[in-house]
Design a protein around this ligand. Structure first.
Ligand SMILES: Nc1nc2c(ncn2[C@@H]2O[C@H](COP(=O)(O)OP(=O)(O)OP(=O)(O)O)[C@@H](O)[C@H]2O)c(=O)[nH]1
Length: 353
């Protein structure tokens, strides 16, 4: 690289020189190389277009008069294939009428120099192009940084900072999508709301730092209990979690609830102030339906929340579902036989572990 380029810290350019005269090309190329630039040479309009597309040069120096298609045509073709980019094109021509310059700019050129072009003028033009190139590079970097920041922002606006689970906003959007999908496919959809029991007492006795750690562990356990790819766990509020189990009927929801209760019992996060268990437990409200036109996010959440309230009032550390209560005794017995569990309207861990 020449001392001139190094000293100015301007980027060296990859220049496509298009001229049907081999001698003119060679002289120009030598000047450019002496100034530290890289040169690609094209002796025809077709070759120019091929190199332009294959090599994406930083600058095109383009002769006007060439056999076949002239330089104006080449410039317009380059603009057409560039798709959103902008490579500077400078015409070098012995045509010196105003109309020629006009046509050059109209066809997509950025500048028009009349041959013979002095070495100083050429250097000056190249310096200007180098500055443009540097600005363009910086703009591209900035736009990448902006895109990355936007992606981060979108992710953060959908994520709960403490647990890393999706937050309420993301959950509501997902539930809406799953309602529509289940409506379309006539599939069952289960919604579960879980709330940690006596969590205020947990915080009061062990402190908020332990409380936060507890929320993180419960979040992870719930997420791990979601075994199917479309199951979705979110932090819905303070100590409340919400789960969507698509394609899951009542029996599957019960299995899920039992798994949650068992996992929490096995994990045994100590809860010195719980009135229902020596460990952290949850209460849960479940609703299962095949959504129709009248099914809404708000309606489903209300039903699950009412069920959660009932689970709390029935003693906590259990799940409750109104739909299961509506099952006939025969259905319950049949399912209980299949699952090998004692199924009431609320779901508990039957044997102390
Ligand atoms: N450490 C911590 N505590 C939280 C967070 N969000 C909510 N809480 C606490 O969760 C507790 C919820 O208390 P309540 O709504 O009274 O419910 P509870 O004590 O769990 O009682 P029940 O739900 O009836 O069993 C409050 O003390 C909140 O301060 C959090 O991000 N971190």
């Amino acid at each position: 690289m020449s001392e001139l380029l190094q000293a100015s810290s301007l980027p060296a350019l990859r220049v496509l020189v298009v001229d049907d005269q081999a001698t003119a090309r060679r002289i120009l190329s030598a000047q450019l190389q002496a100034a530290g630039h890289q040169v690609l040479e094209a002796g025809s309009s077709d070759q120019a277009l091929t190199l332009f597309q294959a090599e994406s040069p930083d600058l095109v120096l383009l002769d006007v008069e060439m056999p076949g298609h002239d330089g104006y045509w080449v410039a317009s073709q380059m603009r057409a294939v560039e798709a959103g980019g902008w490579t500077p094109i400078i015409f070098l021509s012995s045509r010196d009428k105003d109309q020629d310059l006009w046509q050059g700019i109209e066809s997509g050129g950025d500048d028009y120099l009349i041959k013979p072009v002095s070495a100083t003028v050429l250097q000056a033009k190249l310096r200007a192009m180098q500055r443009l190139r540097r600005m363009q590079t910086r703009l591209l970097e900035l736009s990448d940084e902006l895109r990355f920041a936007n992606e981060q922002l979108t992710r953060l606006s959908h994520e709960d900072a403490l647990t890393g689970l999706p937050n309420r906003r993301a959950f509501d959007a997902r539930l809406q999508q799953e309602i529509l999908a289940a409506q379309r496919d006539k599939q069952t959809l289960t919604l579960v709301l879980c709330d940690i029991d006596y969590f205020k007492d947990f915080n009061d006795s062990l402190g908020h730092v332990e409380g936060d750690a507890c929320l993180q562990r419960v979040a992870r356990l719930l997420q791990e209990t979601c075994r199917r790819p479309r199951d979705y766990a979110a932090r819905y509020g303070g100590e409340e979690f919400a789960l969507i189990l698509p394609g899951t009927p009542r029996s599957g929801a019960m299995t899920f609830a039992r798994a949650v209760l068992r996992t929490l019992a096995l994990t045994a996060i100590q809860h010195p102030k719980s009135a229902v268990a020596p460990h952290v437990s949850v209460s849960g409200g479940i609703t299962t339906c095949i959504p129709d036109q009248s099914t809404t996010v708000e309606g489903l959440l209300r039903r699950a929340d009412d069920a959660l309230y009932t689970a709390k009032s029935r003693g906590r550390n259990c799940f409750f579902s109104f739909e299961m209560q509506m099952d006939t005794h025969e259905q319950r017995s049949a399912r209980a036989a299949n699952l090998g569990v004692d199924m009431g309207t609320d779901i508990r861990e039957p044997d102390p572990i």
